[in-house]
Write a protein that binds this ligand. Structure first.
Ligand code: SF4
Length: 334
């Protein structure tokens, strides 16, 4: 089957390579039939939404950096995303981020000498074409008229990437490494964009960000994610990563973190406390809304009491959920 180009995409004379886009950062898109006018929505779990807008039950719950951030921001938001799995609408920036991540992943599957900027731009176009073929509704989100700009903006991110490092000069040890482990009683899950191993054995973990580097007030969130990946590498590979690097492709900035084992073990106790609090909420269904300025970006206001909405009935713990921790073993209760 050939590659179908999204409506509005015009790359004269160039046929981008067909790519797979395996990373579930941009989940399934569906068309909601219960909102009066058709609306393109995304099931954040990757499952097919049920008729009440909930996603189908899928994998057992696990802690990822984004779900941990959801729970810390607002337990009710966590419930809607992780348990009910209500559909959400992806933004253009999220969609572009998925395209660029897929292109950079495939770039490292090519021989080093071919990892040129031109190759990466073609991979962007191929990733976008593949996504549109799989999920034609994405064109609706981007808007056919903006398709050329969408691709051009993704190419700008790639151009910035090439000012930050030279991918023809080294090999990646792993790209899009799927982590799914149990550590310290926590089921951890996530994807690491890239792992590099130096000839001396030192491990570097790289995460691409398609936005701008955060201000000081938001660095803690970025640091949380980096520590999460560092702990995952420690538990899966048995080594403390020498360097963790967040690469911000909008402004060419990088956040670099060098962890040590003691710090990661303390961080594991923090994760255990968060996981225990989640398990307790899952067992009881008590997920309280926590209003903040981030509510402005929340799509669930219609079902949030902070905004006059009504919380729908709790569907119950997902299959495979562990029992809630007893107070005696709950580090968060200490
Ligand atoms: S609107 Fe705010 S308080 Fe309500 S669910 Fe969303 S994040 Fe939580």
């Amino acid at each position: 089957m050939g590659v179908r180009i999204c409506p509005g995409y015009r790359a004269a004379g160039v046929t981008p390579p067909k790519l797979s886009v395996p990373r579930p950062t941009l989940p399934n898109v569906s068309t909601s039939a219960n909102a009066g006018s058709p609306m393109t929505t995304v099931d954040v779990s990757g499952a097919t939404p049920a008729s009440d807008g909930r996603g189908l039950a899928g994998r057992p719950l696990a802690l990822s950096p984004s779900r941990a951030a959801d729970f810390k921001q607002c337990p009710l938001l966590y419930r809607y995303r992780a348990i009910d799995r209500f559909a959400e609408t992806p933004t253009t920036a999220q969609t572009r981020g998925t395209v660029v991540h897929a292109a950079l992943e495939h770039l490292f599957g090519m021989p080093a000498s071919l990892r040129t900027r031109e190759s990466a731009e073609l991979l962007v176009e191929g990733a976008w074409a593949a996504m549109c073929e799989e999920r034609p509704e994405l064109a609706e989100i981007i808007g056919a008229a903006d398709d050329t700009k969408f691709i051009a903006d993704a190419h700008k991110l790639i151009a910035t990437y090439y000012t930050m490092e030279n991918p023809t000069a080294f090999e990646a040890d792993a790209v899009e490494e799927h982590i799914e482990i149990t550590s310290g009683g926590i089921r951890m899950r996530g994807f690491i964009d890239r792992v590099d191993v130096a000839p001396t054995g030192e491990v570097r973990v790289v995460d691409y960000k398609t936005g701008r580097a955060p201000g000081a007030a938001f660095e803690a969130k970025a640091l949380f994610q980096m520590k999460f990946y560092a702990l995952a590498i420690l538990r899966t590979r048995g080594v403390v990563p020498h360097r963790l690097q967040l690469m911000y492709l909008s402004d060419g900035q990088q956040l670099v973190y060098t962890p040590d084992r003691d710090e990661l073990e303390r961080f594991e106790r923090t994760l255990t406390a968060i996981w225990s609090a989640i398990q307790a909420a899952v067992a009881t269904g008590d997920f309280r809304p926590q209003r903040s300025r981030l509510c402005s970006m929340c799509e669930h206001k219609a079902r949030c009491p902070e905004f006059g909405g009504v919380i729908p009935p709790y569907p119950g713990p997902p299959a495979g959920s562990p029992p809630a921790p007893s107070p005696a073993t709950d580090p968060g209760a200490a």
